[in-house]
Design a protein around this ligand. Structure first.
Ligand SMILES: [Mg+2]
Length: 211
């Protein structure tokens, strides 16, 4: 990647988009409410993220990959996301996403929203259906912070010119590493530890924070 003036790293679920993708995929298995309750607990920071993700992904076993089309159709971008990403680009910045969700969905959604680079978990597939296992290393709170640090180094951006935006407990590490940590639409534990709390669900309100 070429050098950039600054870097903004977003969480995906409930930050860049209004949904929690794992709940939408769980709906395809008829297990939406159960997975939604477990996701809520993980985002409040009550349980270990990786352990929780493994057990939630196990509930997705048997969902056909063909069902991803319905999941994609239900994704709702967060208000203001296109305006904010356009403003990042106008000012010479890079928009990145690191997600405890899944490449299988983000690989379609991220480019549509103008995101430059993204990283997420991968769902193992066999015979056209999910096996209920996460493929490879899990992107957890440390993984998110590591992605932000690695992208900043690649782009020649000092950490003080990075911004991390998220809503969940697994965003706190990257928010701590970033020059500015923004709690967006966030859980109470996340609000308490953020540099800035964005209370309204409108990403365009972050434009004045850009360097
Ligand atoms: Mg989130």
């Amino acid at each position: 990647m070429p050098d950039a003036r600054f870097l903004v790293v977003f969480d995906a679920d409930s930050t860049l988009i209004r949904n929690e993708v794992i709940e939408l995929i769980a709906d395809e298995a008829g297990r939406g409410p159960e997975v939604a309750a477990a996701t809520e607990a993980a985002m409040r920071g009550e349980v270990d993220f990786a352990t929780s993700l493994r057990s939630r992904v196990a509930a997705l076993r048997g969902v056909p990959v063909a069902g991803f089309a319905r999941v994609l159709a239900r994704i709702e971008p967060t208000p203001g996301v296109r305006e904010l990403i356009a403003a990042i680009h106008d000012r010479g910045g890079i928009a990145a996403v690191v997600s405890g969700g899944f490449h299988e969905i983000l690989d379609t959604v991220a480019p549509q929203l103008g995101v430059d680079v993204w990283r997420a978990n991968r769902l193992a597939v066999q015979d056209g259906a999910l096996t209920g296992v996460v493929d490879g290393e899990i992107v957890d709170a440390e993984g998110k912070a590591a992605a932000l640090t690695a992208w900043a180094a690649e782009l020649g951006v000092p950490l003080r010119r990075t911004i991390a935006v998220g809503d969940g407990a697994n965003d706190l590490r990257m928010m701590a590493v970033a020059g500015l940590g923004v709690a967006f639409n966030a859980k109470p534990a996340v609000r308490r530890q953020a540099d800035i709390v964005a209370a309204r669900v409108d990403l365009a309100e972050l434009i004045p924070l850009l360097p």
